[in-house]
Design a protein around this ligand. Structure first.
Ligand code: FES
Length: 60
């Protein structure tokens, strides 16, 4: 994955931001949302953001 890629436009969250949330202990997508704010506004990005989260959890 290209870590510079934007996942959530509203909150300006990249793959790298999701990765650092996971590294600092977010082990559910809910926790990633709380830590980063990702997918908490229009929510159009939520499916993609959840897939990115799962890929990171799978070691990508
Ligand atoms: S693009 Fe992510 S909440 Fe709107």
């Amino acid at each position: 994955m290209n870590d510079k890629k934007l996942v959530c436009n509203c909150m300006n969250i990249t793959i790298a931001d999701i990765r650092s949330a996971v590294k600092s202990g977010a082990d559910t997508f809910d926790k990633v949302q709380s830590k980063t704010g990702a997918s908490t506004s229009c929510k159009r990005c939520i499916e993609y953001a959840e897939n990115v989260f799962k890929a990171i959890m799978d070691g990508e």
